[in-house]
Design a binder for this molecule. Sequence first.
Ligand code: NDP
Length: 269
Amino acid sequence: MSENKPVNVSRDTVDHLFDIEGRVAIVTGATGALGGAIAVAYALKGVKVVATARNAQKLDALRVQIEGEGGVCTTVAADPSDTDSFAQVIEAAKREFGGVDILAVAHGYNKPENILTQSVEDWSYIMDADLKSVYIVCKMVAEEMAQAGKGGKMVVVSSARSKMGMAGYTGYCASKGACDLMIQSMACDLSAQYGINVNTINPTVFRSDLTEWMFDPDSAVYQNFLKRLPIGRLGEPSDFLGLAVLLASPAADFLTGGNYDATGGYWAC
Ligand code: NDP
């Protein structure tokens, strides 16, 4: 006969499931819609944020906003596809905050074009911006985390398009599909031995400067999208924050190599 054992869940574990206060996060693409939202959200949760992108002026505005809210932020204008440039971001994290616990990768680029007219150079540029640069920043931060020996969390923004083709998207879909598999492989390299958990978030359409035009409720694009969107609306950057915090937090200690659906149900139908 089996004993009635108490359920093994402690108050301490539950209370601190989503606790990321005091950690240090590097956020790439911090001048963009999703990277900016992640940087502000992490800072409001008490994370020390190293915000990076190529546009120094926009980074400065983000830092002022975060500091205005009582958060801690430093910025480094850098190119994620350039190892020398990105090394400065890691140096800043070490110099200013003593290391890096979380990496959120939210930079990216697209220039849709039919394969018949697209140049090989344009296709390669998309692959470099959306895949090679992601490899570079993950590799460099992983080296730092492995050396520090404290583990860490990596959250990489991929796309719903990683698993679905689309006209004009030979570069974007290929890079995002490869990104998902690269992250799964990274989890195999990094999680058991180094305690570094690596996951992607895969969004559909979230409001940004580039997608704003899709949010016109009268447009055919919006109406067509909605037919395949069980949630009934497109995404706002604030809709993105739950997964971004979860995957950086102790609640994700057992989550690695995953591609997390932020599609409003787009993948479901
Ligand atoms: P934004 O266009 O708002 O921001 C893009 C960010 O990436 C900026 O910080 C920009 O900063 C940086 N960036 C742009 N081009 C390059 C490049 N060639 N090399 C390196 N960095 C670059 O995009 P979102 O915030 O909307 O997107 C963030 C991520 O989410 C991207 O990976 C995107 O593919 C993905 N995504 C977004 C969706 C959406 O609907 N918004 C849907 C699905 C996926 P700077 O120019 O200062 O370097």
